[in-house]
Design a protein around this ligand. Structure first.
Ligand SMILES: [Zn+2]
Length: 135
């Protein structure tokens, strides 16, 4: 489902490696108090049956994971880029993601930018295929 879209999201994410960017004067933590975010997170949790989408817990505190960070407000992402996770799964996912991004940054550190520009889309598409084959 939507692997091309996911690859494009990954491509977009690679140009946003510094993390969530402010598109207004609000800080990221202020944005998480915004009613638009509060409403959306409840909608997403409701749609997930108030269950962690990773471990299935119905009792742990739920949080919303942004699968990639885009240059837009936290509530303006396409729906497939959110995941409802319990606090433990969210921590683990965030840690693994940080490690993967760190490894990727190391892997591409010596590659000339002009070569990267041409190759990043291919690399993302291949990464998404690799993940698809593993699941
Ligand atoms: Zn969980």
């Amino acid at each position: 489902m939507g692997y091309l879209t996911d690859a494009m999201s990954a491509f977009h994410a690679l140009s946003n490696l510094r993390g969530p960017e402010s598109v207004s004067d609000m800080t990221y933590s202020e944005k998480l108090k915004d009613p638009r975010w509060q409403r959306l997170r409840l909608e997403l949790m409701e749609a997930a049956g108030w269950m962690c989408q990773e471990c299935g817990s119905l009792t742990k505190t739920l949080e919303i994971h942004h699968i990639v960070y885009l240059r837009c407000d936290p509530w303006d992402y396409p729906r497939h880029l959110y995941q409802v996770l319990c606090c433990d799964c969210h921590d683990e996912r965030q840690e693994l993601t940080d490690k993967a991004v760190g490894a990727l940054r190391l892997a591409i550190a010596k590659v000339h930018t002009q070569i990267l520009v041409r190759r990043v889309q291919d690399i993302c598409a291949q990464a998404m295929l690799a993940i698809e084959f593993q699941s």
